[in-house]
Ligand binder design. Structure first.
Ligand code: AR6
Length: 179
């Protein structure tokens, strides 16, 4: 599914983010940038050990929740990996929505800073961190739409969803955003 917002596109795909050919992919990292399971584990495995070496060297203090940092991409077929730290879901009254929005906006700002024409996101926080997929879809897509309307970049934002359920949640919300 692909939707146009101004001069830019938001696209949904079902699949594995490590197989994407885009300028940058976003990792759903933890604030220690210590690696882990899920999409983080898959990205580090596919990129190879240089990704963790660079991360430790450049960001020894990690990255706060709601922010993102950039590295190169090792063996991945992309130029950059942006390590974004989404919130752990604690019921919805602990600023989770603002923190998820902030992590997405920080990643898009890095894309702009690095002159990326296209970028792929996973559904940040919706795995180990327990964020309900429909609420994450809502917050994530609104953040992207708002950034695109303000900055007119990047040309393409793709959400790579790992299950039919996640794809369905994102597509339902994206349809509602078409004006
Ligand atoms: N491609 C695309 N999406 C994926 C892939 C993949 N290869 N693998 C999993 N997903 P999660 P979080 C989906 O748990 O909730 C890690 O240990 C998955 O189905 O990866 O932000 C980190 O180190 C889900 O929808 O990230 C942190 O400690 C989404 O990616 C913590 O988990 C996010 O799931 C971060 O938790």
């Amino acid at each position: 599914m692909r939707v146009q917002f101004g001069s830019c596109y938001v696209e949904l795909a079902l699949g594995d983010i490590t197989r994407q050919s885009v300028d940058a992919i976003v990792n759903a990292a933890n604030s220690q940038l210590a690696g882990g399971g899920g999409v983080d584990g898959a990205i580090h495995a596919a990129a190879g050990p240089t990704l963790m070496q660079e991360t430790i060297e450049r960001y020894p203090d990690g990255c706060p929740t709601g922010q993102a940092v950039a590295t190169s991409a090792g063996r991945l077929n992309v130029k950059h990996v942006f390590h974004a730290v989404g919130p752990v879901w604690k019921g919805g009254l602990k600023g989770e929505s603002e923190l998820l929005r902030s992590a997405i906006l920080a990643s898009l700002q890095l894309a702009k800073d690095h002159h990326c024409k296209n970028i792929a996101f996973p559904a940040i926080s919706t795995g180990v961190y327990g964020y309900p997929i429909d609420l994450a879809a809502d917050t994530s897509l609104l953040a992207v739409r708002d950034f695109i309307f303000e900055h007119h970049t990047p040309e393409l934002v793709r959400f790579v969803l790992f299950s039919e359920g996640a794809y369905g949640a994102f597509s339902q919300r994206l349809e509602q955003l078409i004006v």
